[in-house]
Design a protein around this ligand. Structure first.
Ligand code: SIN
Length: 283
């Protein structure tokens, strides 16, 4: 007589307002049987950690497909017609455009230069830095919801101009003119400061690409953006993930900001990332 396979599914909070840790097995993840629950937890808690789940690249790709539409990295993979993992590393022999990833050391949301940002990223640790290299996440739903009511009213309806070059200036404050022009080719994108999601919930849209609040002077605009970033990234809204090899983390890119903590760029730290296509435009 065949015995029913036992599956592991243990859930715990990572931090009070953000992050859930799920201890499970590969078969459960790859079967897709928990996909809708994973999506619900991702939306309500922002980040899910699967400690030392040790998925291979092919398994990570298959798992990504169980959750939604697989997103290609700016044409990567799509060109060749195959799904691939994207290497996050400072090693230019592995990723020739590694220097662009240096913007990742500052709080950001992926896809602020598009109308519809990616829904989520899924990242697995392949090689670690002996020091640093943790990833921090903050909950932009909870940080909006906990603002005083008068402040919510004050910022709802404001728009912010975002620019990719703004985030590049964080790590390279004195680029050559040619380099700046290359960054500026990406243009600018105006987004609401408070995103009203179709679920009815609202989240803050901030991060290193946020350049200027429309209708405000330079100082007032900068003060507002820095004050809100400071608010949204205070410890009660943050989960810091200290990686072990084989960990996999998913985060809801539409309700969080994230950043990598500094590490030795020659340490060989390597993460493999897949992404889910966006399902909702900034509104
Ligand atoms: C990212 O910003 O997508 C990468 C974060 C990290 O390397 O920890």
């Amino acid at each position: 007589m065949a015995t029913a396979a036992t599956t592991r599914w243990e859930i715990a909070d990572a931090a009070p307002k953000i992050g859930t840790i799920i201890r499970t097995d590969k078969d459960t993840l790859l079967s897709g049987s928990r996909a809708s629950e994973i999506r619900e937890i991702m939306e309500s808690r922002g980040v899910i950690v699967f400690p030392q789940i040790n998925l291979t690249d092919d398994e990570q790709i298959a798992f990504t497909h169980t959750l939604g539409t697989f997103a290609y990295e700016d044409g990567e993979g799509a060109k060749e017609g195959k799904d691939t993992v994207y290497p996050i590393t400072m090693d230019e022999t592995i990723n020739p455009i590694a220097s662009y990833l240096k913007g990742a050391f500052y709080w950001h949301i992926d896809g602020t230069m598009s109308a519809k940002p990616i829904l989520a990223s899924i990242m697995s640790a392949r090689a670690l830095s002996p020091v640093g290299g943790e990833t921090e996440f903050c909950n932009t739903y909870a940080s909006f919801e906990d603002l005083p009511e008068d402040e919510k009213r004050e910022i709802e309806g404001l728009n912010v101009v975002h620019a990719m070059w703004r985030s590049q200036l964080y790590w390279k404050p004195e680029p050559s003119f040619a380099e700046l022009q290359k960054w500026m080719d990406r243009g600018v994108n105006t987004l609401p400061l408070v995103w009203k999601h179709r679920s009815g919930r609202k989240s803050l849209v901030l991060g290193a690409t946020a350049l200027q609040v429309e209708g405000k002077g330079i100082m007032e605009s900068e003060a507002l953006l820095v004050r809100l970033r400071d608010w949204a990234t205070q410890p009660r809204f943050v989960y810091r993930h200290t990686w072990s090899l084989g960990d996999m983390v998913i985060w809801d890119n539409t309700g969080t900001m994230h950043r990598a903590m500094q590490y030795d760029h020659k340490s060989g730290r390597l993460m493999h990332r897949t992404k889910l296509e966006g399902e909702e435009a900034f509104a």
